[in-house]
Design a protein. Sequence first.
Length: 301
Amino acid sequence: MCIKFPLPQLSISPDDSFENALLMPGADPVLSKILQQFILNLRPQTRNLSVDQISSTLSSVLADTFKTSERTAFWDDERGANVDPFANLEGGFFAADWVLKLKILRLLVDVQLAHSTEVKNIIDRAWGVTQHKHKKRDPVNAPPDASDAKSQERLQLVPLGQDSSRKRYWIADDSPRIYVSSNPWKITATFQTISSTREEYLGVIESLKATAPRTDKKSKIEQAHLGLIEALESRVDAISAELARVQRVRRKIEQKQILMAQAEIRETRTRRQTRRPDYVYNDMESGEVGHFVLGSYQPHC
């Protein structure tokens, strides 16, 4: 069973936001929100999670994880222990490359699934697991509705279907992103992205149609192939609506940035001078020239 780990609410497409955040150097607001939530899931009492403190707090969280003998993605066979990824990294988490960032985030997800009480409670409630099964069903702790982001339907990631070559097709949200994998239960399983845009999504459908079985009597796997095509086609309208929403949000963000830049320019232009003026006074009758400073006349000798 695969669990989709919910990310903090993002204003634009989660795929684009997350991938851009990984590639961008420096402290990105998307990654900052994700790290803040992950740290709070593991240390609910943490108070200072400002951007300049996240890396040091994260390093402390990982240090606690590495104290155990549990092997993580940072295990070193020669040392027989986990190696701190921040040991020789100047600038902290946000200075790392995207590979290391992703590796650390994956570790944090595993640690939360194993040790975070909050995350465990969310999963238990979604699957209807209760500690006191003899009690009557409690409406407060009942499994949430399917439309809820914390429901079993929204948390569980299952293949949308498989084609005639037994490749699994995975969908995570209403974006046109499609992932393809071999058998996910094998250690040699591979995942790859085959669609990121609406045009590519429609191209995948056409490719599947081109390889669809033509015989009247179809095997179970051939029926699954046709079912996959239908499932993909049923999502086209939702994808179009999601892409339109993302474009509207991006335009609002761009307009806000333009207005902020214009306001900054106006503030710069209208800013009063702090230097007092030095007036020059000409005495046309006497021919003497002097300076009038702060209301007093001082003739030149």
